[in-house]
Design a protein around this ligand. Structure first.
Ligand SMILES: [Zn+2]
Length: 191
């Protein structure tokens, strides 16, 4: 599979009975692997339970459905920008940005914007983590590049540079491309 991450929005209607999901009630969400990505299910728990199926979900979790509300209270600007940047990166689907995407997702998890729902190790040994946006319910399937600690601060600096606008996505992608592969010895810092 060439796609390393994926966004799927939460539905507002049950994927099975097509009736509306009710505000603040339990919802079962599941991702099913399909050609080229994932198909997302959001269902009434009873509909999910009653569904006869001959396939196993890639990921499945219990959540609570929140009806969309118009934002009235002001969010700190930083958080929105970070969420917006993640959406942009995930839509671009550029493998060169995999470290940046992952670190940004972890930062958003720490700031409670995202919640990790699942982690899956695939046959090739790679790990994909399923994050859900707490408010909007969108799902992000993100490749965990298993960053080494010494590379982490470098990637964090790139994320901060992107958020503050001192670097463009293109500039960071070029840096990532020319960076040595993970596993090489750490290169000494040269001024
Ligand atoms: Zn239903």
């Amino acid at each position: 599979m060439s796609q390393e991450w994926n966004i799927r929005s939460r539905g507002h209607f049950c994927s099975l009975c097509q009736k509306p999901l009710v505000d603040k009630t339990p919802v079962v969400s599941a991702l099913r692997e399909v050609v080229g990505g994932y198909e997302r299910y959001d269902c009434h728990p009873e509909c999910w339970k009653a569904l006869p199926r001959d396939w196993e979900p890639f990921s499945q979790w219990d959540g609570v459905y929140y009806a969309p509300v118009r934002e009235t209270k002001k969010e700190p600007l930083k958080k929105e920008d970070a969420g917006e940047l993640l959406r942009q990166l995930v839509t671009m689907d550029d493998p060169a940005m995999k470290n940046v995407v992952y670190v940004l997702a972890v930062m958003l998890e720490r700031s409670k914007t995202l919640v990790e729902r699942d982690a899956k190790e695939l046959e090739d040994g790679s790990i994909r983590r399923v994050y859900e946006d707490r408010k909007q319910g969108d799902t992000f399937v993100i490749l965990d590049p298993r960053l080494r600690l010494e590379n982490l601060s470098e990637v964090q600096q790139q994320v901060v540079a992107l958020l503050s606008g001192t670097k463009t996505l293109g500039e960071v992608a070029t840096e990532e491309d020319s960076a040595p592969d993970e596993g090489n010895e750490a290169k000494p810092e040269t001024a």
